[in-house]
Ligand binder design. Structure first.
Ligand SMILES: NC(=O)c1ccc[n+]([C@@H]2O[C@H](COP(=O)([O-])OP(=O)(O)OC[C@H]3O[C@@H](n4cnc5c(N)ncnc54)[C@H](O)[C@@H]3O)[C@@H](O)[C@H]2O)c1
Length: 262
């Protein structure tokens, strides 16, 4: 996608889980278009510095903040530190995610709780704290949630993950509904089966998953990281200024197939 390389100039974007496989691609793309980025993750400062620089990210141009966003105090600290470094926050990307692949009937209650805490609670906390900061700073800001095509199509053997992504979708729509009159928008990016990160890990280690996934992508190839990053670039840009409450589905057609065929 071609956007001017100053398309995001002057925008301060915070991304949670930004040192993950997809997060790194998003950070690079948004930086290349002029944004100031605060990157959050749970990695130590050294681990994050290593991962970011191995991926060609200029550490002097970003602000890394280690924080566990299941925790309210750490979420407050992230937003405070971000504002101190780069000023008011214009966009918050609620991007953290995890999955425990196993059949639904084998899931333990603590695994359900962990999935909901890491995927949904972190999105609620960052979305809320970032919105309050936008209101205080007089910013017409934007929350962007990373959901998934499985928010609507139940992929087998990741049931609680499917449910968490559906919850994030409705959380996003609730933020959009309640905050529209205050000038704050909320949207989501729903990727498909991406060639890095959580899906790639399953693809590489689980033959059943791989066989299923190979039949489930109408466009025929795992989703390129750049296609996910481009969706974020578009949503973060002024081109998306009239969008709120929307899911931008970028899944290579995965959600077109009835699951019986997959
Ligand atoms: N990979 C895919 O195919 C795919 C498809 C659709 C949606 N997604 C979504 O994209 C997002 C990123 O996925 P990924 O594949 O890059 O995964 P990933 O595991 O590489 O990245 C997730 C990052 O979140 C961080 N994190 C976990 N818990 C945290 C916490 N409590 N506080 C702060 N950071 C925390 C991890 O350290 C990690 O760096 C997730 O929301 C995932 O559900 C992924």
């Amino acid at each position: 996608m071609v956007f001017r390389n100053d398309a995001l100039a002057g925008r301060h974007i915070v991304i949670s889980g930004g040192c993950g496989a997809i997060g790194l691609g998003i950070v690079k793309k948004l930086m290349a278009h002029g944004a100031s980025i605060t990157v959050n993750d749970i990695l130590t400062d050294q681990q994050a510095a290593d991962r970011l620089s191995e991926n060609g990210i200029d550490l002097s141009r970003i602000n890394y903040v280690k924080a566990d966003l299941t925790d309210t105090d750490e979420t407050d600290m992230l937003v405070k530190t971000a504002r101190e470094r780069f000023g008011p926050i214009h966009v918050a990307l609620c991007h953290i995610g995890m999955v425990i692949p196993k059949p639904l009937l084998e899931y333990r209650a603590d695994e359900w709780d962990e999935t909901m805490a890491v995927n949904v609670r972190t999105a609620f906390l960052l979305g809320s704290v970032a919105s309050r900061s936008m209101l205080e700073d007089g910013i017409k800001g934007h929350l962007i949630f990373t959901t998934s095509w499985v928010a609507d199509v139940p992929w087998p053997e990741i049931g609680p993950y499917n449910a968490s992504k559906a919850a994030m979708k409705q959380l996003m729509r609730s933020f959009a509904r309640e905050l529209a009159d205050k000038g704050i928008r909320a949207n989501a990016v729903a990727p498909g089966i991406v060639s890095v990160g959580l899906a790639k890990q399953q693809w590489d280690t689980d033959p059943t998953y791989r066989a299923r996934a190979q039949k489930a992508i109408p466009l025929g190839v795992m989703q390129p990281l750049d296609s996910v990053a481009d969706a974020f670039l578009f949503l973060c840009s002024a081109a998306a200024d009239y969008m709120t409450g929307t899911v931008l589905l970028v899944d290579g057609g995965c959600s077109l197939y009835p699951m019986d065929d997959a």
